[in-house]
Design a binder for this molecule. Structure first.
Ligand code: SF4
Length: 520
């Protein structure tokens, strides 16, 4: 029996979500309730406790007796339960409205300005044939699918119209380094424009690293372009899914990750912070290999693993039979993998899972990390924009993936439109309104509403409408289940575990990747 088969497909995870909404009438009769005692809140039964949360993002786990007293308005000042609920902003008459308004403003600051993330598709060409690829990729000879320098400049001009004080231009493909000349031109042109605009400008490159060479690496390091790649796990798994006819994709990837990471060290950067960022996509063959996937990341020196479920976009939809799986299967995989990550941390290896980190940031640290898929309203149009090689402008990456499948639903204009036109057109407004948790019938009464979010492209692709229907949505199921899982973990955490979870909420700014700004 191999190590792989030992991590059997049949291992059920006993901490998979079992939370449920409580029928309050089973706890107390409505005549005894004192709604004026509490601020608006939602609740969910988790094991023997009842989780409560309010719109500001405060929460607590109450026993059934505490919860009954709470809804009946019984706690009195000076009593432990009253003081606990007061400290967590659940008692209406104790709320400091000005302080809470300031807190709300801090956490919703992304609403005060326009899109920060600008994803440029530099080409549809790619030398990999990844089975789940989202993009409408073509062979390497199809240079007609490259973004031209003229289109790139018009796109950068548009980017700089955003009201956001920060701009990240992310290069995507295809394989974006195949259109190297335009990538360099965008970097130089944007830097020039920023001499006047003086924004917090950064660049990111999503690459399979197969076309990397020393000259490109030195340019990217010199221009402080953050490098991200895809690593699906151990060699056989990665190479099976990420098909590369010209060599060993996995070996090449690890070679360049190691080399670039070493260069960060030589440049005097903290190598715990500055590393090639790698992301796995979880496919059916990955499901029983959670341990090997996490081990691959640890061995590659990564400090985080983002366990991303296969999306319903692009080629992934066509290969669903061989690569696809149910949400239950993913959640079981996720729980096993994160349990293992926790075990590694207990034994001294510091590594974290990104979903957990984003959610714990909100739950434990009262931060809003502005992760575009988990905020309300969602990131479509007002958090990010996607730019196609032909100058089409889309609500996001995902909006462009839907277009690659022949549906232009998420095209909101072109690089010849003005920023004002793009931000105020009817499609944009519809996407923003649909991406609001407060506009979703199930979300409004969900205990996870203060930390959750919508992706309208996902709703549309899986359920046929921007709003979707959360009760039957796998998007909702995924997030609700991971929230449940984390809440169980928090409830049962000892001091060491809590220190670890708090460590996962530490956000150190990657200042090095910000372009120099002109002195004010
Ligand atoms: S999407 Fe689901 S988990 Fe998220 S707030 Fe809505 S109902 Fe809750």
């Amino acid at each position: 029996m191999t190590a792989t088969t030992l991590q059997t497909k049949s291992q059920k995870h006993d901490l998979l979500p079992k939370g449920k909404q409580v029928d309050l009438t089973t706890i107390s009769s409505p005549g005894r309730w004192k709604p004026e005692f509490a601020v608006p809140f939602n609740q969910r039964q988790l094991g023997k406790k009842i989780l409560i949360s309010n719109d500001m993002g405060d929460w607590d786990l109450l026993t059934q007796d505490e919860f009954r007293d709470f809804i009946e308005g019984k706690p009195q000042p000076g009593e432990a339960l009253y003081e606990k609920l007061k400290a967590r902003n659940f008692i209406a008459k104790e709320i400091n409205v000005a302080a809470q308004a300031e807190r709300w403003r801090r956490k919703k600051q992304y609403l005060f300005y326009g899109p920060t993330l600008h994803a440029f598709v530099l080409t549809h060409r790619c030398n990999h044939g990844c089975q789940y690829c989202h993009s409408s990729i073509v062979g390497m000879d199809r240079t007609d699918t490259d973004m031209s320098i003229e289109t790139a400049e018009r796109a950068v001009d548009l980017v700089f119209q955003t009201t956001s004080p920060g701009i990240t231009i992310e290069f995507q493909g295809g394989e974006p380094t195949a259109n190297w000349e335009v990538l360099q031109h965008i970097v130089e042109y944007a830097r020039q424009k920023n001499a006047l605009a003086n924004k917090a400008l950064s660049f990111a490159l999503v690459t399979n690293l197969s076309l990397m060479d020393d000259e490109k690496m030195e340019y990217l390091l010199d221009r402080k372009v953050q490098i991200c790649t895809s690593l699906d796990g151990p060699e056989d798994l990665h190479n099976k899914i990420r098909i590369f006819k010209d060599g060993n994709s996995h070996a090449n990837l690890l070679h360049w990750m190691k080399k670039i990471n070493a260069r960060y060290g030589e440049l005097g950067l903290d190598t715990n912070l500055y590393r090639v960022e790698a992301l796995p996509t979880i496919t059916k063959p990955s499901l029983h290999r959670w341990k090997e996937i996490v081990d691959t990341y640890v061995e590659a020196g990564c400090k985080a693993v983002f366990l991303r479920k296969l999306d319903p976009f692009g080629f992934a939809a066509r290969t669903a039979k061989t690569l696809g799986y149910s949400m239950d299967e993913f959640l079981e995989f996720y729980a096993h993998a994160v349990d293992y990550i926790i075990e590694l941390n207990r034994n001294g290896t510091q590594v974290m899972e990104r979903h957990a980190s984003i959610m714990l940031n909100k739950i434990l640290a009262d931060q809003e990390p502005n992760y575009l898929d988990l905020r309300t309203p969602g990131g479509a149009c007002i958090g990010q924009l996607g730019y196609a090689p032909d100058g089409g402008v889309y609500s996001s990456d995902e909006g462009r993936f839907v277009a690659a499948m022949g549906d232009e639903m998420f095209k909101i204009g072109t690089v010849d439109d003005t920023y004002h036109q793009l931000m105020t057109n009817a499609q944009t407004r519809a996407m923003v309104m649909s991406g609001l948790n407060d506009a979703q019938p199930d979300c409004v009464s969900c205990v996870y509403k203060p930390w959750c979010g919508q992706q309208v492209e996902y709703n549309y692709k899986t359920q046929g409408s921007l709003h979707g229907h959360m009760r039957d949505s796998v998007w909702c199921k995924k997030h609700k289940s991971i929230f449940d899982y984390l809440m169980y973990k928090l409830e049962n955490a000892d001091e060491k575990d809590m220190a670890m979870f708090r460590r996962w909420t530490t956000n150190r700014q990657l200042e090095h990747f910000l372009q120099e700004r002109a002195p004010l």
